[in-house]
Ligand binder design. Sequence first.
Ligand SMILES: [Zn+2]
Ligand SMILES: [Zn+2]
Ligand SMILES: [Zn+2]
Ligand SMILES: [Zn+2]
Ligand SMILES: [Zn+2]
Ligand SMILES: [Zn+2]
Ligand SMILES: [Zn+2]
Ligand SMILES: [Zn+2]
Length: 282
Amino acid sequence: MKSLCEICEQSIYGPSYSCPQCHLYFHLDCVHLSKKVNHPCHSNHPLQLIAVESLTGGAEKFCISCLAAAEKFISHCSICNFSIWLICFKNPPPLVVEHTKTHKHPLNLFPKKMPFTCDVCGEEDDEMPYVCVLCAFLIHGACIYLPRVININRHDHRMSFTRHLGHGYLKCGVCHQSLSQYHGAYSCSVCPGYAAHLQRVVRNGVWDGVELEEIPDDTKYIAPFKVVGDDLIVHFSHGYHTLRLNKENVTHSNRWLQCDACMYPVGFQSIYVCDECGYVLH
Ligand SMILES: [Zn+2]
Ligand SMILES: [Zn+2]
Ligand SMILES: [Zn+2]
Ligand SMILES: [Zn+2]
Ligand SMILES: [Zn+2]
Ligand SMILES: [Zn+2]
Ligand SMILES: [Zn+2]
Ligand SMILES: [Zn+2]
């Protein structure tokens, strides 16, 4: 088991500061973090590093990026009541994303929490959306890099990303709630009427994590890694160390971490990490 840093509450890889009497550990960069810093996600005022327990009244304890509650420290602006957890502070959502498969114009982060309906998945949320002002287009950060063709663990055929689902689909094959014809979904081209909600498929481990868009349907998929133990693999992109499946914190804190193989953010998927050097793979 890796030790957690006392400041950012994340695992420590490589060198750290420690207090042997109390068995406390600290990342080098967390120790050097200044108490007052400017951050691109909140350009108006400097953010202050403060203990969560010293936040009083209505001061925001939840991170604006991953929506999780920090337990120890958080970066906070007391003028606007803006809070970002240290893991998200270190891996902030990018201010601009260009991904023409999803939207033809660059998407800008709107750095304030607001209630909105995502134009891609159709789900309502209260978080920071990405926006294209030209098109009045709003999207979850998590919906920007959705895979296009996938296998899910409860249907025999491939499912394809469909931008506007259209008529003829009633209930989601995964959660059995109703589907919106105006929004996106994964649909099966073989079974009429079979479709599933986008986010519920990729977030809940229903998808096996492999993007099949470039892989023809008739070729047998050959895994690019060898299983060498329980939750342990050796991947061709990082042949010298064993990677461990990280099951903690998959839903929030890793969201904007970059995968070292494909360079996309890891989003809500499970990740493999190298305990030796912190290499991340999804
Ligand atoms: Zn730390
Ligand atoms: Zn966060
Ligand atoms: Zn502020
Ligand atoms: Zn969405
Ligand atoms: Zn646009
Ligand atoms: Zn569903
Ligand atoms: Zn089918
Ligand atoms: Zn390594």
